[in-house]
Structures are given as C-alpha cells and as structure tokens.
Design a protein around this ligand. Structure first.
Ligand code: SF4
Length: 483
C-alpha cells in the first residue's frame, strides 16, 4: 500500500495500535533487545577509540548543512560529472516517475530479472512490486533483505531489516521458501550462522552469474567527480555492482556530497555508528562506465519524492542530513520495544518518526511524531548531529495545527488558555481542582482520572493538588491577608 506521494506502507495501522500488537509479541521483543543492545555496545566502544569523534560529528553536520543550502548547485554538478564519465542521469519527482523510469530501463535491456543491492530508496517507492506488475522479478541479494523477501515480510530496521527474526526462524524460512525463488536450502540445514550464510551464498551465486541488470541504492555521491558509493558488509553488493551489464542506481537527492574528500569524514562515522565496525568490509565506488571493467551502461535516478518540500522547512530540513546509520534506532527505548513494523514506513525508529511525516505530509502520518519519549538518546547517538527531539516537537505542533485544534488536546488547550488569561477564573479553577483532587485522591495520589483524562492516569500516578494554591499561600503569609 502507498500514500498519495508513493511512500509505501504508511500508517497502516497507526503507530499506537501497531505498537500495542508488537508489545504483545514477547519473541519479537527478545529478538530486538538482544540485537540492539549488542550493536549499541559495539558502537560505544569503537566511537570512544577516536579522539576526534566529536569534531568528526561537527564536520559531518557542517558538510550536510552546507550541501542542503546549495543542493541545486551540487545536483547539477553531479549530473554533469556523471554524464561526462559516460553515465546517464534521470530526474524523478516522485515514486511513480522513478518506478516508471527504472521499469522502462530494464525493459529496454530485454531482461525480466534483476539483482538488487540493499536500497532504502527503492523500498520507499515500492520498486519491487512495480517491477513485478510488469513481469520483472527483482532478487534481493543482501542477506537480511533476502530473508525479508523470502518471508514476504517487511524490513523492520534500516541496517538489519530482519532484526525481528532469530536464527531458528530464519532456518525454517530458508527450508520452506528458498526453493521457490531458486536454489533450495539443504534438507539438513541447521540454525548455525555459518550454515545459514552458506545456504544464502549458494542460492545467490546462480543469480549473480546470470543477471544482466542490477539495481542499487547509494550511500553517497560526489558532485565533483560524479562518483557513486555503496558500503556493505557481505560482498553481495560488490557482485551486483560489477558483474551485470547494466547498473541502475536509485538515489535520494540528499545523498550528494560536494567533494570526494568529504568521504573522509563520513566513511569514519558511518561504519562505527551503524555496525560498530572500524571500517565496513566492502566500499564500492564507481564513476560512470569504464570499458572492459564492470557494467557497460550506468543510469543514475535522482529521486525527490518529498525531499525538496522537507528542505523548505528550516527546522525539518536537518533530517535530510541522515546517513541511514541506524544508531538512533538502536538507542531508542520505543524502537527497542515495538520494533520497526509499528512505524508503518520503510524508515522506522526516531529517524522514521521525523522523516516519514515530512516526506508524505504530517496529516498522513500524524501519529509518528508522537512515537517517542523525547529522551534525547537519538540526538546523542546521531553521527551527523540531527536534533531529532527538536524536529519531533516541531512536527507535533504541525500535527495539532493540521487538525485545527479540533482534538481533545486542542480543545483542552484552548480552554486552559482562557483560564490562564484571567486571574479570577484561574483562582476559581484552582479551588475546584483542589476540592475535586482531594475527593479522588488516595494516600496523596490520584489513581484514575475520569473521562478522557484517564489517558494520563492509566500509566502514571498523579499527585493530589495541594490544599491551597501558591497565590493563596502568598496572600496569607506574605501580604498578611486571607484568601
Ligand atoms: S538520524 Fe542520525 S542516527 Fe539516525 S539513522 Fe540518520 S544519521 Fe543515523
């Protein structure tokens, strides 16, 4: 399912309802806790090894802010450099246009199968489904993406899309489904990681050797040289980027960097923040095409799909600096308990809670800015210093504005505004609250408030209001009068 713009799976069902279902799944919560705490600890250890970690973060934030300010210029420069190196650049305003471009490019090759390197942009636009509608099968080659595809499932994490599954669940999936997509898994496959990886390797090898077209995402693209980069851990991406004859890369426009030398900053921050590694195992960079080496045709599809609207918002635009490391997911107490599916978007966790509503419009994703405790752990962890809590609060205000105040909170706030404006009304309200509060209180606490207010007390105690207000106390004790 897509929304009007084309971001898939949005808000179906809304976060509070989806989170309730996820919270009831104890296996899911155990899988998530184990995985996120392991990555979290590794990240802290390797980040602490660098004396200039904070300076690197500052540099990354500065480069991203500068690039966002001059995005038009750098994108044109990128197009010129890619074209000069023998590639072709296509501009896609939204998901429909990007899907159409990629499908036509594949059709032009006469092929009906493509191999894919993990790419969030293609998930965002629902490319696999669109290709399938036109008789083209896309094979995911990233191990975690393969698991998701075999299970007809959805990714639940930016970096580890199958984080919600444990080894035994993956073994069962391989045994049941691999044969439908290609080379079957061995009958006696166990849940040992080495055996699972070997089964996936054998399954994928045949795809790599026969595929003529590959579709990839991009982690970065350098405007000065026209070089596009993908970083990954397994080498499957490297196979996709070098073996096929045609390579089609779909990239969000915010991925451009001004220069090749800017990579120095990001290639230190990204692996440490995402997998807790000092360096990612495979970094593949290509510039246009080179005769006799790699694909002979290269197409770069530059995807907007709501990004320029995001850029227009002075607070929200910092979101475009995201390098999809997933550090914010791994430290988020909400994500750790609900997992990624509850966010209803390909971008889960704290970054999903701010990026998705901006890509599709806050009215369409009204629950997501509230899917956070605002504890600030994501801001502390983010290697490009995106102030996610600030953007969350900003988007919450937009959600309330979009509903025009016709919500319980909106009406309550309007009423509160009137009362706070008038000392007479405020005094009367304080007296009424003190009387009512004491009537409801037990041992100095109110256990459950009536009506719509119970939403507050369902999960926390409310202290009983004091017998007298501060203003009354002041009059009695400092002005010598009585109330
Ligand atoms: S918002 Fe920051 S921490 Fe989260 S994925 Fe993006 S870069 Fe990483």
């Amino acid at each position: 399912m897509t929304n009007d713009r084309g971001v898939v799976w949005l808000d179906t069902p809304a976060f509070p309802e989806a989170a309730r279902t996820a919270l009831a799944d104890t296996q899911l919560r155990a899988n998530l806790k184990r995985a996120t705490s392991t990555i979290r600890d590794k990240r802290l250890t390797v980040a602490a090894e660098l004396d200039d970690w904070e300076q690197l973060r500052e540099s990354a934030a500065a480069i991203k802010q500068h690039t966002a300010r001059h995005l038009d210029r750098y994108l044109v420069q990128l197009e010129e450099a890619v074209t000069a190196a023998g590639g072709t650049v296509h501009w896609a305003a939204d998901a429909a246009e990007a899907n159409r471009i990629v499908t036509e490019l594949v059709q032009a090759t006469g092929e009906s199968e493509v191999v894919k390197v993990k790419s969030m942009a293609t998930q965002e636009i629902g490319l696999n489904e669109h290709l399938a509608e036109h008789g083209i099968t896309a094979y995911e080659t990233d191990l975690a993406e393969l698991i998701v595809q075999l299970g007809d499932d959805r990714p639940s994490h930016i970096l580890v899309p199958a984080i919600h599954k444990n080894r035994t669940e993956i073994r069962d999936l391989f045994r049941a489904e691999m044969g439908h997509w290609g080379q079957p898994a061995p009958e006696d496959l166990t849940d040992e990681p080495r055996e699972l990886a070997e089964a996936a390797r054998r399954h994928l090898r045949q795809k790599f050797l026969t595929a003529k077209v590959a579709v990839s995402g991009a982690n970065f693209a350098c405007a000065d040289t026209g070089t596009v980069l993908v970083v990954e851990s397994e080498g499957n991406g490297r196979m996709c980027l070098t073996l096929p004859e045609t390579l089609i890369t779909v990239m969000g426009i915010e991925k451009v960097l001004p220069t090749w030398s800017d990579l120095e900053v990001f290639l230190q921050l990204l692996p440490r923040s995402s997998t807790g590694e000092r360096m990612n195992p495979y970094t593949s960079a290509w510039t246009g095409v080179t005769e006799g080496d790699g694909p002979s045709a290269f197409h770069l599809v530059l995807l907007d799909n709501g990004r320029t609207d995001t850029l227009a918002d002075p607070v929200g635009r910092q979101t475009l600096g995201c390098i999809r490391c997933s550090a914010c997911l791994n430290v988020c107490p909400v994500f750790e308990r609900t997992g990624g599916h509850a966010y209803g978007s390909v971008y889960p966790g704290p970054i999903g809670a701010v990026l998705t509503p901006q890509l599709v419009g806050v009215e369409q994703a009204a629950s997501l800015p509230f899917a956070s405790t605002l504890c600030g752990a994501c801001y502390d962890a983010c290697p490009v210093k995106i102030n996610i809590p600030e953007v969350l609060a900003h988007l919450r205000a937009k959600v309330v504005e979009a509903k025009d105040g016709h919500t319980v909170e909106g009406l309550a706030m309007k009423a509160a505004g009137k009362v706070l404006d008038s000392p007479r009304l405020l005094g009367a309200a304080q007296k009424a609250a003190a009387l009512g509060g004491r009537a409801l209180a037990r041992d100095g606490k109110i256990g459950r408030l009536p009506g719509p207010l119970h939403g507050w007390t369902d999960t926390r105690d409310t202290p009983a209001p004091p017998a007298e207000s501060f203003r009354t106390w002041w009059r009695k004790n400092r002005e010598g009068g009585s109330s």
